[in-house]
Design a protein around this ligand. Structure first.
Ligand SMILES: *Cc1c(COP(=O)(O)O)cnc(C)c1O
Length: 389
């Protein structure tokens, strides 16, 4: 029976410590979250600037609901696109420093839409081994030939590009890797794209708002500009809201608009989302202290753990992983912290490669230095990590 087979598959997941479950938050996202009637100090969200419950952004959403209602009602192609979406797209293009931007309801849709619109059968996609699932799925759906190059390796990418005779080539990479926190060598990757006449898709989900002097993300961080860049920014992480955009040259964005099935066949995001994001862009610019504070928190965490058994992977971003190895060990450490009132997620395969389960610590400008000290204390008190995991 089908059901029996599903139960057997679920049992197998449980046996491998891969069952996932959701915690039910009883209030807003923030440095403290309420779960089961208890408050936890949380290092789990991608709300890097602490904007997910910002009064000005909340107020902008409410005002937009009063003018535009809650539902967009249709695909953007069929009356779902309104004045707030249009104005936001113009502001997002200016924010990213690119000619044009197209707003999507989510980053997952934006990545799949951009990749499938730009390449097809007989083309080639070159994808970093640790890229986000949405880029992997976009590449598969595109039917292009996919080559996965070694993580962050310019040499591996160079070999793959040189060996390809595809007519159209697309290199796709996360800017900041979501589970590792390290930054892709974008200037070198862009130089390779120039040499091999390839598009470069930069997924800046974890860079936007965080990287660059003005928080404009990875392109600002590296000072990059090129008509071959396809930029994807997401708006549910540092920007604190939801949604995403694809930005780039006029022809790129118009092609995505005409061809991306995840855009054409999906209801537009509510206007309140556009209004909230617009306000968030202003807050990000005006409250530059949030980025400075975040940098202090990252330094405090690293300093606090220096010389301890809790060794963080190298990362200069708010994503600070502590790689454990075995799934059960990562779960046990997360539980150890939870009993002490601290939430840090245990991340397991397939989100990360087999044998690299980890605690993924993420910091937010809404944390205080004291919050980080508390985390450091708990991490230093962790039972010793199992060997050979
Ligand atoms: C979260 C994430 C996405 C997906 O964005 P959503 O808006 O959450 O759908 C895409 N790429 C990366 C690297 C991400 O971390």
């Amino acid at each position: 029976m089908t059901q029996t087979r599903l139960s057997a598959q679920l049992d197998e997941l449980a046996r491998r410590d891969l069952i996932r479950s959701r915690r039910i938050l009883e209030g807003p996202q923030g440095p403290r979250v309420a779960i089961g009637g208890r408050d936890y100090l949380a290092f789990c969200s991608n709300d890097y600037l602490g904007l997910a419950n910002h009064p000005r952004i909340n107020a902008a959403a409410i005002a937009a609901v009063q003018r535009f209602g809650v539902g967009a009602g249709a695909s953007p192609m069929v009356t779902g696109h309104n004045a707030l979406h249009q104005r936001l797209e113009e502001k997002l293009a200016a924010f990213a420093g690119l000619p044009r931007a197209l707003l999507f309801p989510s980053g997952y849709q934006a990545n799949i839409g951009a990749v499938t619109a730009l390449v097809g059968r007989s083309d080639a996609v070159f994808s970093d081994k640790l890229n986000h699932a949405s880029l992997i799925d976009g590449a598969r759906l595109s039917r292009a030939e996919v080559t996965r190059y070694a993580h962050g390796s310019v040499a591996s990418l160079a070999r793959a590009l040189a060996a390809s005779d595809a007519k159209v080539k697309l290199v796709a990479t996360d800017s900041v890797f979501s589970m590792d926190g390290d930054i892709a060598p974008l200037p070198e990757i862009l130089a390779l794209c120039e040499r091999h006449d390839a598009w470069l898709l930069v997924d800046d989900a974890h860079g936007l708002g965080v990287l660059g002097a003005g928080g404009r993300g990875a392109l600002e961080h590296f000072g990059l500009a090129s008509p071959r860049i396809v930029y994807v920014g997401t708006l549910g992480k540092a920007a604190g809201v939801a949604g995403a955009f694809v930005a780039g040259a006029e022809e790129i964005v118009e092609t995505v608009l005409q061809r991306a099935r995840t855009y054409i066949f999906s209801t537009a995001a509510p206007a309140m989302l556009a209004a909230a994001v617009e306000e968030s862009l202003d807050v990000m610019r005006e409250e530059a202290w949030r980025r400075a504070h975040l940098a202090e928190l990252i330094a405090a965490l690293k300093d606090g753990l220096a010389g301890s058994a809790a060794r963080l992977a190298p990362s200069s971003t708010p994503v600070q992983p502590l790689i454990v190895g075995a799934n059960a060990a990562a779960l046990a450490l997360a539980e150890f912290l939870r009993e002490r009132g601290i939430l840090v997620p245990a991340i397991r395969p397939p989100t990360v490669p087999e044998g690299t389960a980890r605690l993924r610590i993420s910091l937010s400008a809404a944390h205080s230095i004291d919050d980080v000290r508390q985390l450091v204390q708990a991490l230093r008190a962790m039972p010793s990590l199992p060997q050979g995991a």
